[in-house]
Design a protein around this ligand. Structure first.
Ligand code: KG4
Ligand code: ZN
Length: 336
């Protein structure tokens, strides 16, 4: 079964063709990162306009690269939540038009379920149930993936997301937007012990997380250094930030897996590209004899293949949308 996936929830316009949820035939993506970088963050109105300009051409390119015709497509899957509402609406309306004109079903996909599904493409043997840590620019969740469309939140951040913490810290360090990947690169030459940063615990809920204290500590460190006219060791601070984020995420996820009896652990979302988090998970999983799944770097960030992959399983579960489908800025991952 061939699914055309459409993604436009933030600053990447993407269209893919995926067979049976696992095999990517074409993966077209146009990032707007360079445009938004000038503003230090995503400007929603600009994002929507860029999606409008790009989506149709990307769809044509995806169909051509997949070596199919548009009539070979069996269903159209689209991200309808969560994300920037104007940006989401562009993809949703394009997908509606495509499904309507082709006479094929329209399948709505939750963006974070899509991130989880990037692991199905990367690891054909992976099937639920498993535990997944979803870490993106706007979300940090530990999710029990009980079935392909049956998710339960085990823990989540009480304030900022891990990606947000990386991005805000990067801004303070004078790095560009989005800064996660740059902090990651810089951290490789740093001494993480040079700066002491907090690892927050949430009283009474061991699987929830908090990153706002860490973000504030980084901002204060930078301001104090500036006031004293001291030079920050940016590489060491980047290493300390990466260590603090990883120390918040990895032990919690491993503990949740142990408590709930999951032997398979997956990680998903843009922040899953982080080399420190990947290395710490690899060590922890080896120590505990757990199976660990990560998407390749290319599939960690936003893309449409993950949407088509999840769309396949949503389709099998009977999920369909009509022409009244709306987009939602927020939506819990567990809702069907
Ligand atoms: O999943 P994603 O592409 O978009 C959302 O759905 O939000 O995640 C983007 C986030 C950004 O905060 C970005 O800085 C972060 O992922 N990111 C990283 C790395 N690569 C991307 N954070 C830490 N280390 C990285 N290597
Ligand atoms: Zn995302």
């Amino acid at each position: 079964m061939l699914i055309l996936g459409v993604e436009s929830s933030c600053d990447e316009t993407a269209v893919s063709v995926v067979r049976d949820g696992r095999e990517v035939l074409a993966d077209e993506i146009l990032s707007q990162v360079d445009i938004h970088a000038a503003y230090g963050g995503v400007v929603p109105e600009i994002a929507s306009r860029c999606h409008v300009e790009a989506v149709a051409a990307l769809a044509s390119a995806a169909i051509e690269k997949a070596g199919i015709t548009k009539n070979d497509i069996d269903a159209v899957a689209v991200t309808y939540a969560p994300g920037l509402i104007g940006a989401l609406l562009v993809g949703v309306n394009f997908a509606k038009a495509a499904a309507f004109s082709l006479g094929k079903p329209l399948v709505p996909v939750h963006h974070l379920r899509g991130h989880i599904a990037a692991n199905y493409i990367a690891s054909p043997e992976l099937e639920p149930p498993f535990l997944c840590l979803v870490i993106s620019g706007g979300h940090s969740l530990i999710v029990a993936v009980r079935g392909y469309t049956d998710m339960r939140i085990i823990g989540s951040t009480r304030d900022d997301a891990a990606g947000e913490c990386f991005d805000k810290s990067a801004r303070v360090l004078g790095l560009g937007y989005p800064g996660g990947a740059q902090i990651d690169a810089l951290a490789k030459n740093g001494d993480e012990k040079k700066y002491r940063l907090p690892r927050a615990k949430i009283e009474g809920s061991e699987f929830d997380m908090s990153f706002s204290g860490l973000k504030t500590a980084v901002i204060n460190l930078a301001h104090n250094a500036q006031q004293k006219g001291e030079q920050l060791d940016r590489a060491s601070l980047a290493a300390a930030i990466s260590a603090a984020v990883s120390d918040t995420l990895v032990p919690r996820t491993m503990l949740a897996a142990r408590r709930l009896g999951y032997r398979k652990i997956a990680v998903a979302g843009g922040v899953a590209a982080n080399s420190r988090i990947r290395a710490d998970f690899a060590k922890a999983a080896k120590r505990e004899g757990a199976e660990l799944y990560f998407p390749p770097l290319k599939l960690c960030g936003d893309n449409a293949s993950m949407i088509a992959a999840q769309g396949y399983y949503e389709y099998l579960a009977g999920r369909r949308a009509g022409m009244e489908l709306n987009a939602y800025a927020t939506l819990p991952i567990g809702e069907n």
